[in-house]
Design a protein around this ligand. Structure first.
Ligand SMILES: N[C@@H](CCC(=O)N[C@@H](CS)C(=O)NCC(=O)O)C(=O)O
Length: 231
């Protein structure tokens, strides 16, 4: 029995987190039935989501979930890729998850605090909501600042995001998936980022940059149609 502890949908996208989107995409790619669960925040083993519950064993982190699905459930996400393709995929994934992600989060929270507080935080009682929201927002600002990105100007951050999207669009080119005709785990990461950015109606400069790449928009739809429409 598989249950994915994930984060709620947000304004048009299936989850507010690209990492939980990636984990869900991997489950769908593996063709495994699963249940979605919400609300595991503080009790997550590493304080972060996604977490996969496999009959009572908790697996935190989207990459560890990928390895678990391969080692325990027969998934073969990347076996068709050669070493060079795997290296390109990993470089793209790291750019998505360790660079672009932080700009996306920062811009979303910086530009739309009121909307986020009243949508995403709506389940929290009103008296507590503002307090918890401020604490989370402060944590995000501090994290992005500590890794250095938050010390750049808004314009510079937008320029970085535009470069990342352009690089991803270039790697994808006119192929159906990031590394060729068949999807791999790296597409789950790309789909999580593209879906979470363009389908969520919270507009940011990074979202606008992503939307200038028709092949990324088409990829998001193609991936969704193949793995999610029947899910
Ligand atoms: N490396 C982790 C990153 C997961 C992650 O950063 N999740 C965010 C949601 S987007 C989270 O749970 N943040 C809560 C926090 O940092 O307190 C993965 O791939 O799963």
């Amino acid at each position: 029995m598989l249950a994915l502890h994930t984060i709620e949908p947000l304004m048009g996208c299936r989850s507010a987190s690209p990492f939980t989107l990636k984990a869900e995409a991997l489950l769908c790619m593996a063709g495994l039935p699963y249940e979605r669960k919400y609300g595991m925040y503080r009790s997550a083993p590493r304080g972060k989501l996604p977490v996969l519950d496999d009959s009572g064993t908790l697996i935190p982190d989207s990459d560890l979930i990928k390895s678990h699905l391969e080692s325990h459930h027969g998934a073969q996400f990347d076996d068709h890729l050669d070493e060079r393709q795997k290296a390109i995929g990993l470089a793209a994934q790291r750019m998505i998850e360790d660079h672009l992600y932080f700009i996306n989060v920062y811009q979303r929270w910086n530009l739309h605090p009121d909307v986020l507080r009243e949508t995403f935080f709506a389940p929290i009682p009103k008296l507590l909501r503002g307090f918890i929201f401020k604490k989370v927002a402060k944590g995000i600002r501090e994290t992005v600042n500590k890794i250095g990105l938050g010390r750049h100007s808004e314009e510079q951050m937008t320029a970085y995001a535009a470069e990342d999207w352009a690089a991803l669009a270039t790697i994808l080119g006119d192929k159906p998936f990031l590394l060729g005709d068949e999807p791999s785990s790296f597409d789950a990461s790309l789909w999580g980022a593209v879906h979470g950015t363009i389908r969520c109606s919270l507009d940011t400069p990074s979202r606008m940059a992503a939307l200038t790449h028709q092949n990324l928009i088409d990829f998001e739809k193609r991936f969704e149609a193949r793995f999610f429409d029947q899910a």
